[in-house]
Unconditional design. Structure first.
Length: 475
């Protein structure tokens, strides 16, 4: 069985946990910082000491509002609940979360390929600590002991819950990729899936194609890259199709994605919400952003990826895949600025998509004006495409000016070739003037220099043009 077995349809709804980039935690003043010594970013509040009281972080609320606006949600008065369960990474034995009155409800996200995925809610909650199982394969079953780091406990999260509108693994990947760009654009997230600042749970079910009812779902945990997300959904859909085709039933349960084994394994059967004994958190007041605050947040919203894509498409006419790469990598600003500085749009897009985007991990993009000069050197023929790529690679690695780097690499040979070509073309187009120049009419030299300048858009050296004209005329 595979996920695209004819006659079956995959249905996916995603729950994405996004750690907010606030300076401090959700209910205390502890730093919200990743990668510190374990249990050094903690206090009585985030470790749940008796008698400690939470104070809501205003900036976290503001970031949640930005996320809501970016996802076209309604922003509503909201309250916090206690979600009660026992787990050693959560010292309070309850998680403070928003339940039936979340801050953001009823929005949508538009996929770059078109089509909208509904957003049920995007609510605020606190993160838990982190357990590391030592010994064995890192799973609790064969561990010799476990270590707990509470630095993450109380870090602010927004959980974004999609409607079950997603119909394939590829669409799920596109949704998360677009959501990540949006979250990064709002400044609420650093988007680092590998550091756990974005974590995805995938709810997957299958149904006979044409059916209007949903099948029973499984919720897959521990998916921490886009690649794993695609693999996990495809595996799980195929598994469920197999179960149902054999006359079996899918169990409502959480399943664990096993990256090495390439499969999902059964976890716990899913709790119903009654199991959590939700009740309103008595130590926090309701959150009700007033119109003035909401207005300020709205006014300060950045341009979001969808708008950036259409702006870039309009300015460059580049193909959709290039536009998507440039906006996702944040290089759209570089290209727009280079084009504004006079660089050819298509060449700027090509160099940014192929060379700059590929080197972002190891190099630093040049300032727009410098990038524009490199692009101009290529379009004006001072550098071939291959030479321009080499010079750009130098710029990305070490910085520096394109003219200087081209000289260091001995690329000016081409400049004189390009000059010679331009001189030939101008001579050919103006035979009468050329005869007068050869006959010794020195002032015609000015005419030829002007023509060559025009042909090379001012890039030629006047003295070099005169010297070339003299050489050819034998004078
Ligand atoms: P829970 O609180 O148990 O996680 P929710 O009703 O909040 O359950 O749903 C969680 C997620 O599951 C949502 O993203 C939703 O879109 C998705 N979902 C619900 N039903 C299905 C289904 N039959 N198939 C796939 N996804 C589903
Ligand atoms: Mg859930
Ligand atoms: Zn604290």
């Amino acid at each position: 069985m595979t996920a695209d077995t004819p006659g079956w349809e995959t249905v996916v709804g995603l729950e994405v946990h996004c750690e907010l980039r606030t300076a401090t935690k959700l209910f205390c003043g502890c730093p919200n910082r990743f990668g510190q010594e374990p249990n050094t970013q903690i206090c009585p509040v985030c470790t749940g000491q008796p008698g400690s009281l939470p104070v809501l972080n205003r900036m976290a609320v503001e970031m949640a509002m930005r996320i809501g606006l970016a996802l076209h949600c309604r922003i509503e008065p909201s309250i916090f609940h206690r979600k009660n369960y026992f787990y050693p990474d959560m010292p309070k034995d309850y998680q403070v979360s928003q339940y039936d009155q979340p801050i953001n409800i009823d929005g949508w996200l538009e996929l770059p390929s078109g089509g909208r995925i509904g957003i049920e809610r995007a609510h605020l909650e606190e993160d838990t600590g982190k357990i590391t199982h030592v010994g064995g394969a890192g799973r609790i079953h064969d561990a010799s002991h476990s270590l707990i780091d509470y630095n993450r406990a109380g870090v602010p999260l927004v959980e974004i819950v999609s409607r079950p509108d997603i119909r394939s693994a590829a669409q799920a990947r596109d949704y998360v990729a677009e959501l990540r760009s949006i979250l990064v654009a709002t400044g609420a997230s650093d988007g680092k899936m590998e550091e756990g600042s974005l974590r995805v749970d995938a709810n997957v079910s299958v149904r006979p194609r044409g059916s209007t009812e949903f099948g029973t779902r499984a919720e897959i945990k521990n998916v921490n890259s886009l690649r794993s997300l695609v693999r996990a959904i495809e595996y799980e859909a195929a598994r469920q199709i197999g179960v149902l085709s054999d006359g079996g039933r899918v169990t409502l349960e959480t399943r664990h994605w096993d990256e090495a084994g390439g499969r999902t394994t059964s976890g716990r059967t899913k709790e119903q919400s009654e199991d959590y004994r939700y009740f309103p958190e008595p130590d926090l007041v309701p959150v009700a952003p007033d119109a003035a605050w909401l207005g300020r947040v709205e006014a300060a919203m950045p341009v979001l990826p969808a708008a950036r894509r259409s702006r870039l498409a309009q300015a460059t006419g580049a193909p959709g895949e290039d536009i998507a790469v440039l906006v996702e990598t944040g290089l759209d600003e570089l290209v727009l600025a280079a084009v504004a500085a006079g660089a050819d749009a298509r060449t700027a897009v090509n160099r940014a998509t192929n060379e700059v985007a590929g080197a972002l991990e190891t190099g630093t993009p040049p300032p727009p004006a410098t990038f524009a000069r490199l692009v101009k050197m290529e379009t004006e023929g001072a550098l071939t495409a291959t030479q321009a790529k080499t010079v750009l690679a130098d710029m990305l690695r070490d910085g520096g000016e394109p003219e200087e780097l081209a000289r260091q690499r001995g690329f000016e040979a081409l400049a004189s070739d390009a000059l010679a070509d331009a001189v030939s073309a101008v001579i050919e187009a103006n035979p009468a003037e050329w005869e007068r120049f050869k006959a010794g009419e020195a002032k015609v030299a000015g005419f030829f220099v002007g023509q060559v300048m025009k042909a090379t858009r001012g890039n030629a050296d006047g003295g070099a043009v005169t010297a070339e004209l003299r050489r050819r005329a034998g004078i």
